[in-house]
Design a protein around this ligand. Structure first.
Ligand code: BDR
Ligand code: CA
Length: 313
């Protein structure tokens, strides 16, 4: 039996781009990619996703443009982190393929129905598309086999505000709805674990300047993190979500019910109360195994995954 059909929802974004490269290198059965306003406005996220897939030789994978703004809250981007073009300033050749005609949430619904009981969904941007799909067809919660979300900060500080992680901050209403829906199986990867998965500067520096394919993408898109932004490491938030969808035993967690602050100073704050039901909140991650595997499949140089890591953000 081959890998389960997979849809990835992105706001491409540097680490979203690396997540797509990782999914393809791992041989994921990627049915399509949906895009959402997050790191960059949705039109740019869609263009970036098309260009990344073309760069990786996979123009055959459809890209479905989704929500252009959060459900209720005002939109905030992350171009300070991802650069104005969302790809850290890396200029990829333009894909000759256009976005698919079906909108992102509709594609999620279509795949959930067509592959009921088999479909996996990885969401690595604000959760607007998934919330819209859920509102239109609540039954997707039982049709989708497993959902993996990169979002939240459960027992650590946030990265957008002192208490909020970016994806949840951008659309807290969507996150609140998604985290409280009756899914078969949903895993939340917050900064609690993603901040422990880092591509070190020393490793990046050893990727040849003329590297092609996935390694060239990693080298070019993360360059600004190490040069202009002066960081010692690049957080692998979104690639970890893809990895956990393919290999759930990379993390360990506890089940908790989640509440999300939707307005005010604490907008986007996620609180988990452990009660043996609700989403699985990741608490531990085998970061060494994950980073080693990422380097292997993306053909990056290998070395101690945490070498040179101090405090990237
Ligand atoms: C998340 O926010 C975005 O900037 C990244 O792509 C990731 O999905 C981390 O907080
Ligand atoms: Ca993202």
């Amino acid at each position: 039996m081959g890998p389960n059909p997979l849809v990835v929802d992105v706001d491409t974004g540097v680490d979203d781009a690396v997540a797509l490269a990782f999914a393809l290198a791992k041989g994921a059965n990627l049915l399509g990619v949906t895009t959402v306003a997050g790191n960059v406005p949705v039109d740019i996220a869609t263009r970036n996703t098309l260009d990344v897939l073309a760069w990786l030789g996979r123009e055959d994978i459809p890209v479905h443009c989704g929500a252009s703004r959060p459900l209720v809250a005002s939109y905030a981007d992350a171009t300070d982190v991802h650069g104005g073009n969302g790809l850290g300033g890396m200029e990829l050749p333009a894909s000759t393929t256009s976005r698919a005609t079906l909108a992102g949430p509709a594609f999620i619904i279509q795949c959930a129905e067509r592959f009921a009981g088999e479909l996996d969904l990885v969401a690595v941007g604000p959760l607007t598309n998934l919330a819209i799909a859920l509102n239109v067809r609540p039954q997707i919660a039982s049709q989708i086999r497993r959902v993996v979300v990169m979002g939240g900060a459960y027992s650590v500080p946030g990265n957008k505000t002192p208490s909020a992680e970016f994806n949840v901050y951008v659309d807290p209403d969507a996150a609140q709805q998604v985290f409280n829906a009756d899914w078969n199986d949903i895993t939340l990867l917050g900064l609690d674990v993603t901040h422990r998965t880092v591509l070190a500067r020393e490793l990046w520096a050893r990727i040849p300047g003329d590297a092609d394919g996935a390694a060239g993408l990693v080298r070019g898109a993360t360059e600004r993190t190490f040069t202009e932004r002066g960081k010692s490491g690049f957080y692998l938030h979104d690639p970890l979500a893809v990895a956990v969808a393919l290999e759930p035993d990379l993390i360990q967690g506890t089940q908790a019910s989640i509440s999300v602050e939707v307005t005010g100073q604490a907008r986007g704050k996620t609180s988990a109360s452990e009660n043996g039901s609700g989403p699985l909140v990741a608490r531990e991650v085998d970061s060494e195994r994950f980073v080693r595997e990422l380097c292997q499949v993306l053909e990056l140089p290998t070395m101690d995954a945490r070498a040179g890591f101090e405090n990237p953000e």
